[in-house]
Design a protein around this ligand. Structure first.
Ligand code: UDP
Length: 459
């Protein structure tokens, strides 16, 4: 019997492509044929940096579609990319499905699994009579704010373009941490144009959620019980990475520097501060230097990921003589094999922007977090780590200086590492999420039922 053929499509950003590929890998190992769609730019990055260049042993077809921008256009501009995708990709996806169905008569596309922020892909699937599922690669607490957007408009908390109108804290459910309207995932940008463009995606996600048959989420109730109980139709299947914890991470846009693993293995147990802020967070020069000095003055070993372009200025943004001064106590790399780093026994804590993947990777490895949220869902993720799981501490900006000072950095590092309860809590939550994705666990059973649905729907 032919395998069911599924199209899997992520939003073209690092934090979406990695977990969506994790999902696709799970599906191919359970007898599903996957065509994985990236934009041309993401496709080239992923295939250039992937250890396995033939689509996971030939099990997965890796296909690319244009995002509508020119090769030289700046894709780090979120509005430009998002709007161009919206204009270009629906038709391209439609054409692709038509082509596959013609060329592979016996293996027609039976289902589209789209990133939940790609409402247009769900609409294309509906138009073509293909079954539809959404995949949420980020937190369900943030999704709850998105699914409540009409209510927030009706209550006058935001306007119809998503801009906050009030300072009053939002409490979606009694057991969820309250959120400042200004920290809503789409609203925490200085430039209100970004908010308005992102809010278009929010509205699309909300609309598309009514057209889908299954909504699977890379999370579990052990992490976000209240958010899941608000929306029983959301099915937890994560954290996917915990199913296959030390496998090679797929979907990297940058080449991993694996030499840092040898360095980590030479450090004492629970001694290293791992510092990484995901794929797109940037720092101004003053804040970057202050962070550098904070790490130096912490007097502990640290592994710091400094991506090209992390400071808007040049790559030589360190204080004078810095690299020499920290010597072998500080290791700086452009991109780390993060999941493997976090599994190393020498890592004591993770200083993170709290992107959902980084947060899950910290949780899954029982590593306490030093939270430094910048935008989107990061504020909500940080408040889960600090207020619900109690595995983290959040940095506060000095109001006068407008930055997180070196004193704040040293003091929070000391506080987190001298109080053992953070590590104890981190290990407890690790245990819970690991059992959820293990055979017989809730997330594991949900993923099995999702796979059965894909198979059944093809019969
Ligand atoms: N990552 C990595 N090496 C690094 C920094 C990040 O492999 O040096 C990976 C990390 O493991 C995570 C992803 O990049 O899976 C970042 O996703 P996240 O949601 O944390 O943040 P975003 O990049 O979306 O802001």
């Amino acid at each position: 019997m032919a395998k069911p053929h599924v199209i899997v499509i992520p939003y073209p950003a690092q934090g979406h492509v990695i977990p969506t590929l994790e999902l696709a890998q799970c599906l191919v190992t359970q007898g599903v044929k996957v065509t994985f769609i990236n934009t041309e730019v993401s496709h080239n990055l992923v295939t250039n940096n992937c250890l396995d260049k033939d689509g996971f042993g030939g099990l997965m077809q890796m296909v690319s579609l244009p995002d509508g921008l020119e090769p030289w256009d700046d894709r780090s501009d979120p509005c430009k990319l998002a709007l161009s995708i919206l204009q270009t990709m629906p038709l391209k996806l439609e054409e692709l499905i038509v082509r596959i169905n013609k060329e592979e008569e016996s293996s027609r596309v039976s289902c589209v699994i789209a990133d939940d922020c790609l409402g247009w892909a769900i609409k294309v699937a509906k138009k073509m009579g293909v079954r539809r599922a959404a995949f949420r690669p980020a937190s369900v607490a943030t999704l709850a704010t998105i699914l409540s957007c009409q209510k927030l408009i009706d209550e006058g908390i935001i306007n119809k373009n998503g801009i906050p109108l009030s300072d009053e804290m939002i409490q979606l459910s009694e057991t969820m941490p309250p959120i400042k309207p200004q920290n809503l995932a789409w609203a925490c940008f200085e430039d209100s144009t970004i908010t308005q463009v992102f809010f278009k995606f929010v509205v699309q996600t909300e609309e598309a959620s009514r057209l889908i048959e299954r909504f699977i989420c890379n999370s579990c109730p052990e992490l976000e019980a209240a958010a899941f109980s608000m929306y029983p139709q959301l099915q937890p299947i994560g954290p996917l990475l915990a199913r296959n914890r030390l496998a090679d991470q797929a979907g990297q846009f940058l080449q991993e520097d694996t030499t840092c693993l040898t360095w980590l293995d030479q450090q004492p147990p629970c001694s290293v501060i791992y510092v990484a802020f995901g794929s797109s967070t940037t720092f101004n020069q003053t804040q970057f230097e202050e962070l550098a000095l904070g790490l130096e003055l912490s007097n502990r070993p640290f592994l710091w990921v400094v991506r090209p372009g992390m400071t808007k200025e040049t790559a030589t943004g360190y204080p004078d003589g810095y690299v020499k001064a920290v010597g072998s106590r500080g290791r700086i790399v452009k991109w780390a094999p993060q999941q493997k780093v976090l599994a190393r026994p020498s890592v004591a804590c993770f200083m993170s922007h709290c992107g959902w993947n980084s947060t899950l990777e910290g949780v899954t490895n029982g590593v306490p977090l030093l939270c430094w949220p910048h935008f989107c869902d990061q504020f909500q993720n940080a408040s889960y780590a600090c207020d619900i799981w109690k595995t983290g501490l959040e940095f506060e900006k000095d109001e006068e200086a407008g930055i997180v000072t070196r004193i704040e950095i040293i003091s929070k590092v000391e506080q987190l590492l001298s109080d053992k309860t953070y590590k104890v809590k981190a290990l407890e939550i690790k245990e819970k999420v690991t059992s959820s994705v293990s055979k017989g666990g809730y997330s594991h059973r949900n993923l099995d039922s999702f796979v059965q649905w894909i198979h059944k729907n093809d019969a």
